[in-house]
Design a protein around this ligand. Structure first.
Ligand code: 5U1
Length: 689
């Protein structure tokens, strides 16, 4: 360490070699002590010595600003405040985890994986088990060993750029040395340990500032600071749990090995991580951690199991937003008692009436709960809950809170059974029961203010007609003033009418009318989605549009025709049929078109007839691992060519694709004399079609 070097007298020229060398050496030394202190919990110098080194580095950089790089330890005290967060698109999507809640879920997870990998019964899978921290997921990207950027998960595809804040976390390495892959992305969880959280809240209280509800919120609030100097004062920590982008294809063969390598590069990895064998190993680890949970320095809400072999992870692939090769085994939910102050009902967009219990607020599972849905009349009857009852509320992780039981011993003697309303509280129309009493629906339709407002709010929303500037407040105003009674009336609004309303000036009125006009030219799937047919989401609307091409064809179709579509079941088919059979709905559609809404009909003669696809009527089984794609990708490609892809080999199987480490299915195919293809053959087949 060199703390007494002579200070240069001038600061207007490039740093002399000796100064640059001192700067580099001092930076490396400070980062080394950061690692010893924050990652390994084993400091070898005093705080005073550390502060002296940091002071000297700051001094060198103030005299020679050109020495200050993005990965200098001085950057950890925070950079200039930002005006807003910019966005970062993740090169690889940031996935979430599927959840398991009991032993059976872990057995099922293991069984699904064994099937996916086609593992023989005798062989046991190896998993990496580690605590699931209750913090915030982050992606940190390094190029040529230097920290380039860090981002939140966001929607999994695009996150917020929080580089300036992540750099203030002392245990995050700013540079990785020469052994690091040229491009490397790590993923992990940023969290606030209990002790730091308590201290932070004390300080907030002392300064008359808002305190944080739990460590997770405190960590989130700290990371969402535009001023990284504030983040720098917050006691944040990180554990890295996975690799993202990695330019070194030979980095590791197993997940455990990859984390070991990341630890060697200086990343903090949870020391409680273990490689375990089979379901028994997972469950034993879960028990051990459950026992230790209350003694840990930080909050955890479960255990994560990940398949250890990376080639098998690849073979297992993904479902929607989560990998098949990982599972979060959640700790049991927290339960607490409170009082039901009232039971009220809410009317939804389609008239569905949902009862809600208004509770004496209680803190359970890390949040304050004041309202809990009671779902439907049948649920109220099942629980037997009444106003004035003491109830047990359960909340687990991010699952919505629920009432699990009523304490009858504490029931007040004068309490009465809850009477489910027979008339809508919004419009007074009759409430009718559907689906064996599961759903209660207001029959008011377009005369029910609650339904009309919500139907209009849905109609104008971004994924529907996308009328910019027509938020809930404006919809409420327009309906209250009687300017719109149905969605078709939107297209009759004038700027003059808007100017009469509170909060509108010429410009805002003109802008809203322009947005309404712009929405008139639309596409059929959007229009169908906008109509708000019960249970018809974007995907179903798209499928209906592609199959029928025109609204007239849709209104003329039968329930059976809808049911023939791959993703439409009897209930949705019934909803669509009823919607188009109802005269008031037909009238609204007619008026929309009369008021200027137009869409280009879809030429359904070009609609793909599944029977005409090249692999139609072929039943294909995939077994073993593939190196060029995941099995689920291969499955999708084969399905898109018309094949039926199944999980087991039988006489009906037309073809078996045999990957690496294939087990009994390949053998069975041979016994039955079924044609097989290896990965190369599969690629050639896909290419030829
Ligand atoms: N411990 C741990 N938490 N956690 C969260 N591992 C882990 N892995 C995750 C997430 C979201 O995702 C994997 C898919 C990388």
């Amino acid at each position: 360490m060199n703390q007494d070097s002579n200070k240069p007298s001038a600061n207007d020229s490039a740093a002399p070699n000796a100064v640059a060398e001192e700067h580099a050496q001092l930076s490396a030394e400070i980062e080394h002590h950061n690692r010893l202190y924050y990652t390994q919990d084993a400091p070898t110098i005093t705080d005073h010595e550390y502060d002296q080194m940091m002071q000297r580095l700051i001094e060198l950089e103030s005299q020679h600003p050109e020495l200050q790089s993005a990965s200098s330890p001085t950057q950890r005290v925070g950079a200039a405040p930002l005006d807003e967060f910019t966005q970062i698109t993740h090169e690889q999507p940031m996935l979430s985890l599927s959840n398991g809640f009991n032993d059976q879920d872990i057995h099922d997870f293991d069984r699904r994986l064994r099937k996916e990998i086609d593992l023989d019964d005798e062989r046991v899978l190896e998993y990496v088990a580690e605590p699931k921290l209750d913090g915030l997921a982050v992606s940190i990207f390094y190029e040529n060993g230097q920290l380039k950027h860090a981002a939140t998960r966001g929607d999994g595809k695009v996150g917020e750029d929080i580089t300036h804040n992540v750099k203030t976390i002392r245990s995050v390495p700013l540079s990785l040395g020469e052994k690091a892959p040229q491009r490397l992305e790590v993923r992990g969880e940023i969290f606030m340990p209990h002790a730091g959280f308590a201290k932070l809240n004390e300080a907030q209280k002392a300064q008359d500032k808002k305190t944080f509800v739990n460590p997770r919120n405190a960590a989130a609030g700290s990371l969402r600071q535009l001023d990284s100097a504030v983040t720098a004062t917050r006691p944040l920590e990180i554990f890295i749990y996975a690799l993202g982008v990695n330019s070194d294809a030979d980095f590791a063969n197993t997940h455990a090995e990859s984390l070991q390598k990341l630890a060697e590069l200086g990343f903090p990895v949870c020391p409680l991580l273990r490689v375990v064998t089979g379901v028994q190993g997972c469950l034993q680890y879960f028990q051990d951690m459950s026992a230790q949970r209350s003694d840990l320095a930080y909050e955890i809400d479960g255990i994560v199991y990940k398949l250890n072999r990376l080639d098998w992870q690849k073979a297992a692939g993904f479902i929607a937003k989560a990998p098949r090769w990982a599972l979060a085994h959640k700790f049991p939910a927290q339960e607490k008692s409170t009082l039901v102050r009232d039971i009220q009902v809410q009317v939804g967009r389609t008239g569905a009436i949902t009862p809600v219990a208004r509770l004496e607020p209680l803190f359970v599972g890390g949040v304050t709960v004041s309202n809990v849905t009671l779902h439907n009349k049948a649920e109220i009857e099942r629980l037997g809950v009444r106003v004035g009852d003491t109830v047990v509320v359960r909340r687990a992780g991010d699952v919505i809170p629920q009432i699990v039981s009523v304490n009858l011993e504490k029931r007040p003697s004068n309490s009465l059974a809850y009477q489910f309303p027979s008339a809508c509280p919004e419009c007074g129309s009759q409430v009718v029961a559907e689906g064996e009493g599961i759903i209660s629906r207001c029959t008011g339709g377009l005369i029910c203010g609650a339904q009309v407002k919500q139907a209009i709010t849905h109609f104008v929303s971004r994924k529907a007609m996308d009328i910019d500037g027509m938020g809930e407040r404006i919809v409420d105003l327009l309906v209250a003033q009687g300017l719109i009674k149905s969605v078709a009336d939107i297209y009759l609004l004038t700027a003059e009418q808007l100017l009469e309303l509170e909060g509108f000036a010429q410009k805002s009125a003109d802008n809203l009318i322009a947005a309404i006009q712009a929405s008139k030219k639309t596409e059929l799937p959007r229009l169908l989605f906008a109509l708000g047919i019960p249970q018809v989401g974007e995907t179903t609307a798209e499928q209906l549009a592609q199959t029928f091409g025109h609204i007239d064809a849709l209104s003329a179709a039968s329930k059976e025709e809808f049911e023939r579509l791959p993703d439409i079941g009897p209930i949705v088919a019934e909803n669509i049929t009823v919607f188009f059979a109802t005269e008031s709905n037909r009238a609204v559609v007619r008026q929309l078109l009369e008021n200027g809404v137009e869409y280009t009909p879809i030429d359904v003669s070009k609609h793909v007839d599944l029977a005409s696809l090249p692999l139609a009527e072929k039943t294909i089984v995939l077994t073993g691992g593939l190196s060029s794609m995941s099995r689920s990708d291969a499955k999708k490609q084969l399905q898109s060519l018309g094949a039926k892809v199944t999980g087991s080999v039988s006489k009906k199987t037309s073809l078996v694709i045999v990957g690496t480490d294939a087990g009994s299915k390949a053998q069975k195919a041979e016994e039955l004399g079924i044609e097989t293809l290896d990965e190369e053959g599969l690629l050639a087949l896909l290419k030829s079609l």
